[in-house]
Design a protein. Structure first.
Length: 197
């Protein structure tokens, strides 16, 4: 029976590394953001949005996806969205490594939890279920909100322009929710104002 507790602690020990996995984004304090901070606020965004708009989806599943979607980055790190778009070979290789990292990480959990969370990770990546569509849209919007909050002094030349203004578009369109689209439009408008003053 102790094995279950040891497996849980091993998983949490591995997940702790996400707190040190830096992202391309910066915070208003001038400190670089880590992946756990992004996942936390994306999850908080969902909780508030669910209360306001009552999505037709399983809230628990969606929340799990948002909290756990970047956990595989604890092993290989994060690749900025604009690099994923411009370098498809690197993106494909990174995604394969992330899939393998997810399987290894969730395999440390007691059965059948490992299989359950591996399936949820794969479901999130496919972006086809209602829960995955919500999670993908909100986490991408949260990324751009962080960019907006930190301001243009932290934006790289590669991401200025189209990437900065359109990164969440596909996920937002795929979700097809008027409220989420409205939130993104407000953020997009402010990014546009800072991009083209």
């Amino acid at each position: 029976m102790d094995d279950q507790y040891q497996q849980l602690l091993k998983f949490l020990n591995e997940a702790e590394k996400l707190k040190s996995t830096l992202r391309h984004n910066w915070m208003t304090s001038g400190r670089q953001e880590d992946s756990s901070q992004h996942s936390w606020r994306a999850a908080l965004f969902f909780i508030m949005a669910q209360e306001l708009w009552q999505f037709n989806a399983d809230p628990y599943k969606t929340l799990v996806m948002l909290i756990m979607h970047d956990l595989p980055e604890a092993k290989y790190g994060d690749i900025a969205g604009f690099k994923k778009v411009t370098n498809l070979g690197e993106h494909t290789q990174h995604k394969l490594r992330e899939q393998e990292a997810a399987k290894q990480l969730y395999a440390t959990l007691p059965a059948p939890l490992g299989e359950k969370f591996t399936q949820l990770q794969e479901e999130f990546e496919k972006g086809e279920s209602p829960e995955a569509k919500i999670a993908q849209a909100l986490e991408k919007i949260e990324t751009q909100l962080q960019h907006l909050e930190s301001g243009p002094k932290y934006w790289s030349d590669e991401e200025r322009g189209d990437h900065m203004l359109h990164y969440p578009d596909k996920a937002v369109d795929n979700l097809n929710d008027e409220h989420v689209a409205k939130v993104w439009k407000i953020i997009q408008r402010e990014i546009h104002r800072l991009t083209y003053p």
